[in-house]
Design a protein around this ligand. Sequence first.
Ligand code: PLP
Length: 395
Amino acid sequence: MVKTAAAIARLGTESAFEVLARAKQLEAQGRDIINLGIGQPDFQTPEHVVEAAVKALRDGHHGYTPANGIPELREAVAEDLELRHRVSVDPASVVVVPGGKVTMFFAVLMFGEAGAEILYPNPGFPIYESVINFSGAKAVPIPLREDNGFAFSAEEVLSLITPRTRLIILNSPANPTGGVTPREEVDRLVAGLEAHPEVAILSDEIYSQMLYDGREHVSLLQYPQIRDRVIMLDGWSKTYAMTGWRLGFAVWPKALAEAATRLAINCHSCVNAPTQFAGIAALRGPQDAVAEMMSAFDMRRRTIHRVLNDIPGVSCVEPAGAFYAFPNVSGTGIPAKTLEVELLEQAGVATIAGTSFGRFGEGYLRLSYANSQENIRAALDRIAGYLGNREARSA
Ligand code: PLP
């Protein structure tokens, strides 16, 4: 019998992939499933971006690139951030990686070890807790609450800091809640962090361009007083519908960019060249496709929010960002995981239990509205019908 390292048993997972596999299985058996489970845009990557990758291949870009990314791509990232967040970024502090997740892993590896504590949002992207546990550090949840619009509370985050805290993970706009933390709250947090100069911050801003009703994005890069300890994670997956390409980046504090590049050299060497050329085209080319996608998401968001609130036992705060609704289903009396399984198996709708995003997700479901208006309406009809019949049966 082989004996694996203890850390392997501590790795968690992302249930969205498991729900997707089960949904595919049911479809293969002839069942009609509407998938509101998966967190990826239902749009294709813009044509000019695809063409840039094809051209790069034809032009012979088949070899390794610098481990931290092609210089032109890192320059394009810096220009884009200057434009969007009005911050000055040195392309030397940008590290390009195969997807947003990789930055998460690197940051946690850099700060996590036995005896250390890492704060992370809960409910939140499940990989945060998983990789913190893997690193040996203690995962300390930052509870996100519905009555606060699922924004984090600066006061609460600061109250969780101990002498062992090494890293705080933040995510706004947030998965799975669609919550967005307002600038005043971020200001308060940053002011409080000045008393904790030894604590680093990983700010996951992968949904920074997915905001509604004119909300502004607040980047942690905009605070010079903590700039030397902020790792800002972003990428192409969501904004440019490029989840399968595997392309992301982070702006690292100057002192840590080299360590991050070393992790890249030890792990994957570099992102494949054609994908990096596609990344340049995405940033420097026309942005109409992004605007079109966002206007479609906004319409769906309004539909899903309105219809969910009409279902007895269900209530939903209006999502402010990303493409997820996080309805409170506690009024149905059904535990989140049971409801997820029943909706998939009985009603033919794939959703994700709030508990897949941490224990503070009990009583909630995540519905991704990266699906057509027609499918969203049909899925909500199925959910309402199923809950109604279930209620009638148990009466
Ligand atoms: N961060 C958050 C909050 C996410 O929701 C996701 C993907 O779902 C990621 C990071 C990872 O993105 P990528 O697919 O680029 O690794």
